[in-house]
Design a binder for this molecule. Sequence first.
Ligand SMILES: Cc1cc2nc3c(=O)[nH]c(=O)nc-3n(C[C@H](O)[C@H](O)[C@H](O)COP(=O)(O)O)c2cc1C
Length: 204
Amino acid sequence: MNDVIYECVVTSVSPDGQPHVAPMGVRYRQGAAGEPGTVVLMPFVPSTTLANIVAVRHAVLNIVLDTRVFAGCVTGRKAWPALPAERVPGVRLQAALSHIELRLESMSDEPQRPVLQMARVHEVQHAPLGGFFGFNRAQSAVIEGAVLVSRLHMLPPEKVSTEMAYLQIAIDKTAGPEEHEAWGWLQDAVAHHRAAQKSTKAAP
Ligand SMILES: Cc1cc2nc3c(=O)[nH]c(=O)nc-3n(C[C@H](O)[C@H](O)[C@H](O)COP(=O)(O)O)c2cc1C
């Protein structure tokens, strides 16, 4: 059986303190009795997140329900309001329902996608009542759409069109204002990508 993967947002900082925000799928590993366990990150090579974590040895995992952060990050909108982390170098997102401050414990040497074991150093809840109100299909659709947009350069255009059309159903039926805004950014990104491809093909 596959591992359960949760889509969250990783904030990291460069050695000179420049923050960086990136959506990332993570796995939670249970610790021994009484131990806090680890969070497993798998950033691709190359990525700013990986470079920052290797250099600074810390990161913050943000549990976020505002899907605009996911759609925004893959469409060039990375300046999300952030606050200083409490115990590690770095920041946490203001929109986080909760955050977990992490320390790099070990890193495998897979050349394309190393596996980072991150120790849980400190955790804080921010949202009252957990901030989770039930599953919303439009939120899931935005996350799926953001994954498609982050892979536009390697996916066949027909696959992107078919999947965006299917996801649109959940947007039309269940989205609130945040998801509509996020979906609009994703649609614009797909349209820009298509236009850029057409103009490259048309060039002599
Ligand atoms: C829902 C979602 C999950 C993602 N998961 C990963 C991941 O596990 N590893 C990864 O390197 N990039 C992942 N990405 C893409 C990154 O957010 C990012 O676009 C890319 O890795 C570039 O990383 P950088 O911004 O740190 O340079 C994901 C994107 C989305 C929308």
